[in-house]
Design a protein around this ligand. Structure first.
Ligand SMILES: Cc1cc2nc3c(=O)[nH]c(=O)nc-3n(C[C@H](O)[C@H](O)[C@H](O)COP(=O)(O)OP(=O)(O)OC[C@H]3O[C@@H](n4cnc5c(N)ncnc54)[C@H](O)[C@@H]3O)c2cc1C
Length: 369
């Protein structure tokens, strides 16, 4: 077989060998070892090829192993993240404790991991859902035929007095306590909301006349194409349990929120007062998702009052029950999503029949497919 020295004498960076070609070159290098005059020139290339061969074999074995693991085991690692396949129950990820398994599950602890998880899903056309504490979600018994990304990005930094930059996975109730203890007003209500900062911004959480949107200065988001963007409060629109994020087609996730709060010496007392009021009026020890329905606007009566006036307080359907303490809280007493959905529909029907008011769900139902 004929060959020339330039075939091998090239900078290593130039060697771009398609996987199937290195074998021929390796064989050639091996042959040229047998020719003594050329041995010094080719011996090093023989060893180089041997290394290329070994590296390629290792890489191929790793890729094959990853693919095999992905297909067969309940958990696998990809993009440096540990994914669980088909085993993670959504009931473990929601305060309602309802929901079947999701096809993939992964936790992310920082922005890069979030980006990797989204890339993984994007490249494989896997539907994904980012969740915080699942305190506003109704998952289906059939689970979710996609990837659930559990947000654990929970840093907090006070960049200036009253200005907090907070990871979207940071517990919202802890933020409420921290800011109030520091003597700042705006988030006292948050100490009773068992969600995350990201979930709070997405839902525009609020209570006691306060809303998260009033305290937001800017929001860092990740787009589905991997771009990061910081949006100022003035460029966002919020309403009652409504935010621009709910309508953003290309939103992958809220990554961090910056809050700007005003000093208020009585913030701590205010926060404690709100929490006491909540403990006396809401069934906090029960499995619920908070208020099921939004309060109808402009009629001066809350959804809870309408449900109570319709005679439904304490009503039970299967293992789903309307709380005796707060009629807008529906309790899981061993319920399926089917029981809960039937109870929600029944309440809507009764309230509409009796008061001609159309109740709208505040909770987010996550369709399995
Ligand atoms: C006992 C109890 C009391 C409650 N009290 C209140 C209250 O006073 N006021 C109030 O407003 N709500 C209340 N809630 C409801 C709930 O806690 C809030 O809506 C909360 O903001 C949801 O946050 P989460 O992290 O649990 O969101 P999840 O339930 O995990 O998600 C809710 C929605 O937000 C989206 N989402 C979550 N994180 C992100 C993110 N990082 N980026 C993009 N989208 C995201 C999810 O995809 C989903 O659509 C209460 C709930 C309970 C159980």
């Amino acid at each position: 077989m004929g060959f020339t020295s330039d075939m091998f004498v090239r900078p290593i960076s130039d060697i771009k060998i398609p996987n199937h070609d290195y074998k021929t070159i390796f064989k050639t290098a091996q042959q040229c070892r047998q020719h003594p005059p050329q041995i010094s020139l080719y011996a090093s290339h023989y060893h180089l090829m041997k290394r290329v061969h070994k590296a390629t074999t290792i890489t191929t074995t790793c890729i094959l192993k990853e693919e095999r693991d992905r297909c067969s085991s309940p958990s696998f690692t990809s993009h440096g993240l540990r994914f669980i396949r088909g085993k993670k129950l959504l009931s473990e990820l929601s305060t309602w404790r309802i929901g079947g398994p999701c096809k993939y599950f992964v936790q992310v602890f920082d922005r890069n991991q979030l980006l990797s998880a989204i890339r993984y899903c994007h490249e494989r056309s896997i539907r994904f859902l980012i969740i915080g504490k699942g305190s506003n979600c109704l998952f289906d018994d059939a689970g979710f035929d996609g990837c659930v990304i559990l947000n654990r990005i929970d840093f907090i930094e006070e960049t200036k007095p009253g200005i907090y930059r907070v990871g979207s996975g940071y517990p919202f109730n802890q933020l409420g306590v921290r800011c109030s203890n520091d003597g700042f007003t705006g988030l006292e209500f948050a100490s009773g909301v068992p969600g995350t900062v990201g979930g709070g911004a997405f839902m525009n959480a609020g209570a006691n006349g306060q809303e998260i949107s009033d305290a937001i200065y800017s929001v860092e988001i990740l787009q589905t194409d991997g771009r990061l963007e910081t949006i100022n409060r003035n460029d966002l629109a919020f309403g009652y349990r409504k935010s621009s994020f709910q309508d953003m087609q290309d939103l992958a996730a809220i990554v961090a929120v910056t809050f700007k709060l005003k000093p208020f010496p009585s913030a701590r007392e205010q926060q404690k007062e709100y929490l006491t009021k909540r403990r006396l009026s809401q069934p906090l020890g029960e499995r619920s998702a908070g208020s099921v329905f939004k309060n109808p606007e402009g009629i001066g009566v809350s959804a809870g009052e309408l449900i109570e006036k319709a005679g439904l307080k304490g009503f039970r359907l299967g293992n789903a029950k309307i709380s005796e303490m707060h009629a807008n809280f529906f309790i899981n007493c061993g319920s399926t999503s089917k029981d809960m959905i039937e109870l929600i529909n029944l309440v809507k029907e009764k309230v509409k029949d009796k008061f001609k008011v159309e109740l709208r769900e505040e909770i987010q139902y996550v369709s399995p497919i």
